[in-house]
Design a protein around this ligand. Structure first.
Ligand code: TEU
Length: 539
């Protein structure tokens, strides 16, 4: 994208299956998204990241694509998509597609052909070996599946119904260019590239992430498709270091506009990764945020997020979804959004949607939950079922995928169907959009204000381009930082705990831009921060 426009954008992520159902089948759809564009416009986001809407057997809810150039019938058709694009554009909202280039569905024509015989012209679109090595699937178990009819193993880093494409095959790469250009011609405005860091892998050497050909592949993608066009690009990178992130996002290298990296959000992963979470401290989080803010300064570009469709709800995770629901949700929003980078808001985050708890494993839909259960509980016995369920409640992906809570009516206003594909979180009776819009003190209006400050206020330049400097380092539960340029200083002070903390800080005549409590308890030299209190002061 030109003119550094990605630096000014705020993205709203939509998981179509759970956003809004207009047909009454219990599953969200494209027309549902179109019907809610005014809501997104009201919030102030100017980009939508649309999770995959392509034809798919939906084993991984669209991250298993069986035709990159067709719309999933569950969600509608190409006319619906074009209408969504036009209606979004009318409102100044752009649409970013989610592209899964690492793998397809095993239902994709390419894979069906590839599997039919070793001589088939599509065979080399995928990765086949006579003997598997010990690379593990990200969803648990071996990354190799045996194909009986051709007597070889194919490689799949995710589910076995998601075979990895062979990025060493130039014909595959050409097909992908054509497909991306098809969407560019349709008028889309951006791409989020799923697990982009896996494309340059060298399987026989067991190199999976950040392989030797990765940046060459991305640079060529840029040159042959979106480069020089009005397209925003984001790369999902689980294993990026600062150095890697700069490679992706330094504009001079002509790769992508920004990375979407997870170092801060995996800080609380424990022995068995996400399934055994541990408590995060303010210091750990502050250090990682600081590392990325300073590390990418003037060299690369980061996205700012706490939630997405793969992560639990942040208010339940790092806040307190009962006693301090609104306070902690607002504090987390302020903490993340006032940094340098492009903010991403995941549907429902702006109203403080929380984790869900179904009492049966069978009620969960997510493929990752079930394959990890098989791996960690049934096959290896590393965890007991109870321990695993605890992990699911805290960290499972379905926490983020429950239907969007629009109002306190049937199925939270998501659908008129008797059953929704995933049960609605019972707290929709009070946590819902209608309530949030009515209550001027709601979490929604904090997000709205954060977007307004970034995009339209006199502090815009300071928030987008200003320097970053950590402050108040002597307080172990406080995360504080200053943004500054020649016009303004903006101090962000967040209490990342349930304790009340006295902080030596002079408020004087600084302008209070945001406060998630009604007032500030202060004297001449200090402020008394309430549990999860967050302040933004400018001067
Ligand atoms: O996610 C990549 C990914 O690695 C996640 O599966 C992640 O490891 C996991 O959720 C954390 O426990 C992307 C998509 O965002 C995800 O929805 C897909 O399932 C995955 O790729 C496969 O396409």
């Amino acid at each position: 994208m030109k003119n550094h426009e990605w630096k000014k954008s705020v993205v709203y992520q939509i998981y179509p299956k759970s956003f809004k159902d207009t047909t009454g089948n219990g599953v969200g759809d494209i027309r549902g998204i179109t019907s809610k564009l005014d809501y997104i416009n009201n919030l102030g986001a100017d980009f939508i990241w649309l999770c995959p809407i392509y034809k798919s057997p939906m084993r991984d809810n669209g991250y298993d694509i069986s035709d990159y150039m067709a719309i999933n019938e569950l969600y509608g058709d190409m006319d619906d998509f074009v209408e969504l694009l036009e209606e979004a554009h009318k409102r100044g909202i752009k649409i970013m597609m989610d592209l899964v280039l690492n793998h397809t569905s095993s239902e994709h024509k390419w894979f069906k052909e590839a599997k039919s015989s070793k001589e088939n012209k599509y065979r080399d679109y995928y990765i086949w070996r006579d003997k598997p090595n010990d690379i593990q699937s990200i969803f648990g178990g071996s990354a190799w599946a045996f194909d009986e009819s051709t007597n070889q193993y194919y490689f799949h880093l995710f589910d076995k119904t998601q075979p990895d494409l062979n990025w060493e095959n130039p014909v595959v790469i050409k097909e992908i260019y054509q497909m991306i250009n098809f969407w560019i011609e349709k008028g889309v405005d951006g791409f989020r590239f799923d697990v982009i860091d896996l494309l340059g892998k060298e399987i026989d050497k067991k190199i999976v992430e950040n392989g030797p050909t990765l940046h060459k592949i991305i640079h060529s993608l840029n040159e042959n498709t979106f480069g020089g066009k009005h397209i925003m690009t984001v790369g999902e990178t689980w294993g990026a270091t600062i150095e890697e992130a700069i490679k992706y996002s330094d504009p001079k290298r002509k790769e992508l506009n920004m990375v979407f990296q997870f170092e801060h959000i995996t800080l609380d992963w424990g022995k068995y990764g996400k399934w055994t979470p541990k408590k995060i401290t303010a210091q750990e989080l502050r250090d990682v945020l600081k590392k990325w803010q300073l590390g990418l300064k003037d060299k690369g570009w980061n996205s700012l997020f706490l939630c997405n469709h793969d992560l639990p709800r942040i208010v339940s995770r790092w806040g307190d979804d009962e006693k301090y629901h609104a306070e902690s949700a607002k504090m987390l929003a302020i903490l993340i959004h006032m940094q340098q980078g492009t903010p991403f808001i995941y549907q429902g985050e702006e109203i403080g949607m929380t984790n869900v708890r179904y009492n049966e494993l069978s009620k969960y839909e997510d493929v990752e939950i079930h394959s990890s259960y098989k791996d960690l509980v049934l096959d290896s016995g590393k965890m007991t079922k109870d321990e695993f369920m605890d992990g699911v409640y805290k960290m499972g992906r379905d926490n983020a995928r429950t239907p969007m809570q629009w109002d306190d009516g049937l199925n939270a206003g998501f659908s008129i169907s008797k059953n929704t594909w995933l049960p609605v979180n019972p707290n929709y009776k009070y946590i819902n959009v209608a309530n949030s819009l009515q209550n001027k003190e709601s979490i929604f209006y904090t997000y709205k204000e954060l977007i307004y400050l970034r995009k339209h206020s006199c502090y815009s330049q300071t928030i987008i381009n200003g320097e970053y400097e950590p402050i108040l380092l002597e307080y172990k539960d406080i995360i504080g930082y200053r943004r500054k340029d020649s016009n303004y200083n903006i101090d962000i002070i967040a209490n990342f705990s349930k304790n009340t903390i006295k902080v030596d800080y002079l408020v004087e005549d600084k302008k209070l831009l945001l406060n998630n409590y009604k007032g500030i308890d202060l004297d001449e030299k200090s402020i008394l921060l309430m549990p999860f209190q967050a302040l933004v002061l400018a001067y």
